[in-house]
Structure formats: C-alpha cells, structure tokens
Ligand binder design. Sequence first.
Ligand code: NAD
Length: 359
Amino acid sequence: MPRKIAVLAGDGIGPEVIHEAVKVLQATGLSFEFEEALVGGAAYDDGGHPLPASTLDLCRRSDAVLLGAVGGPKWDQVQPPELRPEVGALLPLRSELNLYANVRPVKTLTPMLKESPLKGSRGKVDLVVMRELTGGIYFAKPRERRNDGNTAVDTCIYHRHEVERIARRAFQIARLRRHEIVSVDKANVLETSRLWREVVTELSVQHPDVKVTHMLVDNCAMQLIREPGQFDVILTENMFGDILSDEASVLTGSLGMLPSASLSDEKDGKVFGLYEPVHGSAPDIAGQGRANPIAAILSAAMMLRYSFDETDVAARIESAVEHALEAGLRTADVFTKGTKLVSTTELGDAIAFKVKAAA
Ligand code: NAD
C-alpha cells in the first residue's frame, strides 16, 4: 500500500517549496499517495477558518503530514486572533495531533561552512535539538493578570509521563546518531527541572548504550556558541527548547535550509509526524521563484527516516542536496560571488534529478 501523505502547502512561499519537496519524494521511486488540503490564510480565505475540520481529518487519515508555512500580513489583523493562521492552525495542529516531540537537526552542510557566524572548524555543527512541544509553561494554567493587571502569572507544570515520552524519543534518535544525549534543565532552581532530571536519569539506566549528561540551560546557551561540535542530541523542555533551537539554527547561517519534525506516538509500529521547514511564509519573496526549497526537501527526508523507516533513501536525498550545493547552485538567500544563482524550481529539479539518478 502506498504511504499516504497529507500535503498542507499553506501560504506565501509554502506552496513553492512544498512543490519541490513533493517532486523530490516522487523522484525516490517509492510509492506515495499525496492528498492536498488548505491550511492557514489560504484556508481562512476559502472557508473562514485557518484549520478546517476537513484538513484535520485528512491529517488523521494520513501516515504523515508535510506542511509548508502559514501566515502573512494579509491575516495579521483578523479578528478574533484565534482565527489568525499561526494561532488558529499551527497550535491546534500540534495539540490535536499530539505532536509532543519537536526534532530540529542543525547540520552545517560542508559547502556552506563559510556562511556560519562561527569561523573555521568551530562552525561545523551536527546536532539535533529535541524540544518537548505540548507541555510546560506555554500551556499550563493559571495564566493570567491579577491585581488590576499589575501582576502577571504563568505556570509551569510537567508530569512524569510527559518527560518520559519525549525522553524515550530522544533515546531512539540518539541511537540513530552518535549515541549521546545532553539533557538540558535548570535543576538548580526549578522543581519541574528536578523532575525532568530525575526521569531522564532513570531512563538512562535502561539505555546503557547512550551516554547521558545533564547541563544547565544557561551553560548550554553559552556552550552552543563556544563549542557546538560537542553536542549530538540536546533534550529539553518546551521553553528552553524554543530558545535553544533558534540559537542553534543560526549556527548554520541559513534559515532556508533547516528542516524539522514534530512527532507523536507510534501507531502499529510507525511514528506519526508532521514535517515542515523551520522558516515561515516569507511574504517578502513569495511568488518570485526566489525561495530556497532545501528546508522543505530535507523535511521530506526526515519524514522518510522517522515515519517510513527509509533511512537509505533519506540519506540519498541529503546527499543530493549536498551535491547540488557543491556544484555551486544557490538560491538568492545564500548566493555569493562565484556560485550560480538558480530559482526555486531549478534547485528542486537538480536535487530531484540526482535522487532519481542514484536510485
Ligand atoms: P520568515 O521565516 O518567513 O522570513 C524571515 C526572512 O527569511 C525573510 O527575509 C525571508 O525572505 C527569509 N526566508 C525565509 N525562508 C526562506 C527561504 N526558504 N528561502 C529564502 N529566504 C527565506 O519569518 P517572518 O518574516 O518572521 O514571518 C513571515 C510570516 O511567516 C509571518 O506571518 C509569521 O507569523 C509566519 N511564520 C510561520 C511559521 C510557520 O508556518 N511554521 C514559522 C515562522 C513564521
């Protein structure tokens, strides 16, 4: 049976980059069934809601979801705010589909080493940030103003099972990589962090092949700049992960090349996940053929690796991306003197060609 992929292209450059990702998936020779649905501003314009029930239903009926990006100035003033693309589509997608494990690989592609803000070999990074995505201070209640608005309250709650499930995922992913986890917390101050550390330590006993160390979040922020090469898998809670994953992603020097996965539980031995580029809808360049499709294409490769167990084909896509960059092909965001400026479609074509040729 072909694997069913829900394709939610979204807004701005979303459709442009997703088109290239689908092209590359088709070039693998594997059998897929693609079904498209509206999300974000496009869905709001069509039917008055950024996440129509039919779109959510398609996601639930699929083996994986490929998402472009949502949002743009056209919908920034939509009232009520719950109907704006980011709030009305992205957050509910995560919670409705129980996507609790956000996985962001940050890898410097060798031809792009010069683009890193860190100079020389220090800029060579190959790590994964695993961020808990549906718990912690972004979701717990009470969250309110008191005392005539002069006091603000946020609450951070973590339950043992929430830490356990993301930590188990981190061990699985570490086993696909260099078998090292740095668990990041603030256990010197926060009770939630002490629980976090306790649970991760307990689980580490069951995974003796994975080396686990603990690091305080402030130290981790510093170490990412001082010596990012020391990290394999960084495992952390929602807010720390939000901040650290953005810090880590800038180390490669290009937003248009960073993929991500948000994973749920295993169903019949398969991991359900939503795969999307880290970048947004880039309204400033939408419709001009200037978007870099690599983040979307690498997100599709993550889908093959994590949801479909097609590690070799995923690696084939990743090496086709490196090959295109080595050949000097660049979209405008990463174009430098001496390289060849190409459009979104031209870069997608070159990568798809290489993927097909290597089949
Ligand atoms: P953005 O990521 O869309 O763009 C930031 C800058 O990076 C822009 O200059 C853009 O041109 C450039 N850029 C981004 N992706 C690129 C690519 N693939 N190729 C070449 N250049 C690229 O962030 P923003 O400008 O802060 O947000 C624009 C809209 O996207 C907003 O409505 C925001 O809310 C939304 N957004 C959506 C998501 C999502 O859907 N997951 C994530 C972030 C932002």
